[in-house]
Design a protein around this ligand. Structure first.
Ligand SMILES: [Zn+2]
Length: 305
């Protein structure tokens, strides 16, 4: 769903609320405390004198709304604006900055920053699906990201760079993750979780770290210099392409990307990349993910690091 469709479909807050309710409880609303399916719809006026549409449980009397206990929890922003921000983040192949979102939907930067982080939280994969089924080739490589310090040049920032491990199925899904150091001890847990034992071939460069981590019969080590002389650099072009797409987004959209949040941005990038063939369904899927994640308060977000 693109921005235009969002504004056409959800003309009022109630339209958006109905859509959200349906996404959260496709089989009918259930009480959040006792799971009872007999609930009444009630309307109240809160402290702000705004009309609030709530549910009341016929069994335990609990009052709750469609957004209670979700990533939308406690937000004063109209749902249409939330939906617009979600659509923007689904569409932006290389990512979109909070500043841009703020301009598009007409809110303050700080509001947009918190909003984007909550949407990003929903984009973290809940279940791990290891990469590389039978017959597939997975490319693995590392890249160093960020680290530029203002007015101090590239050299000063080198120590600040963060290593990121990338796994990419050829013509398939990807996984990117921040690691402490590009050493076996930090790479191994990522491979254990995200690389399927059924994979047919694994391609890496000649970094010795992979020699002991990967099964010999499946591991193809490529020396780029030799490869360039014969047929061009093709062996790891998927993972390299993914890295360069993320880097372009880093420079083009985010400008200053906090090192602490880098992994969240990587997960957002993977979420979108892994659904690139399902653009139409992405918004509905994301909405479902938003309702199945607990709230994320601004204070928690800034205190997490
Ligand atoms: Zn109840």
């Amino acid at each position: 769903m693109n921005l235009l469709k969002i504004t056409q479909t959800f003309k009022t807050q109630d339209d958006a609320l109905a859509y959200l309710t349906q996404a959260r409880w496709p089989d009918g609303v259930r009480c959040l405390a006792c799971n009872n399916d007999k609930v009444y719809r009630i309307t109240t006026k809160g402290k702000t004198k705004k009309i609030a549409r709530l549910f009341e449980c016929a069994e335990c009397g609990l009052h709750f709304s469609a957004t209670t206990g979700t990533l939308f929890h406690d937000s004063h922003l109209p749902l249409q604006k939330w939906f617009m921000a979600m659509a923007l983040m689904c569409e932006a192949k290389k990512g979109i900055s909070a500043n841009q979102v703020a301009r598009h939907i007409g809110v303050q930067y700080k509001t947009a920053w918190h909003l984007c982080h909550r949407i990003r939280r929903a984009m973290e994969e809940k279940t791990i699906c290891p990469l590389g089924n039978e017959g597939q080739v997975v490319e693995i490589d590392e890249v160093y990201l960020g680290g530029r310090i203002r007015r101090k040049g590239v050299k000063a920032g080198r120590d600040n760079k963060v290593p990121v491990l990338g796994l990419a199925e050829r013509y398939g899904r990807i996984h990117l993750e921040v690691i402490d150091k590009a050493r076996a001890a930090f790479i191994k847990p990522v491979l254990d979780n995200h690389l399927s034992p059924n994979v047919t071939q694994i391609v890496t460069d000649a970094a010795s770290v992979y020699t002991h981590l990967l099964p010999k019969e499946k591991h193809l080590e490529v020396i780029h210099r030799d490869e360039l002389e014969t047929k061009g650099w093709t062996s790891s072009q998927t993972v390299e392409g993914v890295f360069s797409l993320f880097k372009r987004g880093l420079i083009g959209s985010y400008h200053r990307l906090s090192k602490d949040h880098l992994n969240n941005y990587l997960q957002e990038f993977c979420y979108r990349y892994n659904r690139r063939g399902q653009q139409k369904e992405m918004f509905a899927g994301l909405l479902g993910d938003m309702t199945h994640r607990p709230p994320l308060a601004y204070k928690k977000l800034t205190r997490e690091f």
